[in-house]
Design a protein around this ligand. Structure first.
Ligand code: NAD
Length: 250
């Protein structure tokens, strides 16, 4: 039996299976990851500053750069790929109970993952929120203000700093998302980590939580992760090829 048949068998047997995805599931949709060979940070280490909440709060120039980056983000024209769709297929056939993602691109939801299954741990770039009053709305009206010449638009209700409804480094996760993810990790008997370097905490702690609760761990990622030695199987092939192959075997 090859490793894909073995993983398909584990998915079939699982009572509660969880997928944990990272930026690597979206690279085949044309959205670069952070740490892969063509990653945003690999190519330009200074870009890391644009993902830091302290720099965002302190520096209007950082905010202006972030708005420009958001408006020109490849996610606006990207479509879900075969990897996203294979996860929807598994969910609809009753083989995936939770999908925890670190991605902010919204592609799992667009692919059709159900809201009650999807946990977007790092939020979504498709909404904008006020860091003072918490007001939240779709991103486009704020983008329109930037495009009309306001480099750092403020909240129209309270004058506070606006930001994509994403979780930057240094920012706390939303408690509800954290609770749902912890519940999934402690409930599952199979966790499949897909396209993540598994370096960003607290999400990177979830595979250990699942292992401690007796779950099997499968890693599908092109590069090494800190969990490879603890995993029951590690697959390095491209996600958009390997996930549909496994789904077809389930
Ligand atoms: P990461 O960049 O740290 O790691 C991505 C991993 O995926 C790499 O190890 C890479 O080798 C692997 N990979 C890339 N394409 C692959 C493919 N086609 N097949 C197999 N493996 C592939 O990503 P991360 O662990 O998600 O952490 C990055 C952080 O940045 C997250 O917090 C996330 O919120 C954010 N981010 C999100 C997006 C997005 O929404 N699409 C994109 C970049 C970064």
């Amino acid at each position: 039996m090859n490793v894909e048949e073995e993983v398909a068998g584990w998915i079939r047997q699982a009572r509660y299976a969880v997928a944990l995805t990272g930026a690597g599931v979206s690279t085949e949709s044309g959205i670069p990851d952070f740490r892969g060979p063509n990653g945003v940070w690999t190519k330009d280490p200074k870009a890391e500053r644009l993902s830091n909440i302290h720099a965002y709060l302190a520096d209007p120039e950082v905010r202006a750069d972030v708005w420009q980056m958001r408006i020109s983000h490849p996610a606006w024209t990207a479509a879900p790929n075969a990897g996203h769709l294979a996860l929807v297929d598994l969910e609809r056939r009753g083989h995936l109970q939770a999908l925890i993602t670190q991605n902010i691109d919204g592609l799992h939801a667009i692919a059709g993952t159900a809201p009650e299954v999807l946990i977007e741990m790092h939020g979504t770039m498709r909404d904008v929120t006020c860091l003072s009053c918490g007001d939240r709305e779709p991103a486009q009206p704020t983008f329109d203000r930037v495009l009309a010449g306001d480099p750092d638009p403020v909240c129209l209700r309270c004058g506070g700093i606006l930001k994509s409804a994403t979780i930057s480094f240094g920012q706390a996760l939303r408690p509800d998302d954290l609770h749902r993810a912890e519940r999934a990790a402690t409930s599952c008997d199979l966790m499949i980590a897909i396209g993540s370097s598994l370096l960003v905490y607290p999400v990177a702690a979830l595979p250990q939580v699942a292992l401690d609760c007796g779950a099997r761990l499968v890693i599908i990622n092109a590069e090494r992760t800190p969990y490879d030695e603890r995993a029951d199987a590690v697959i390095r092939d491209p996600i958009g090829e390997v996930l549909p192959r496994i789904a077809a075997l389930v």
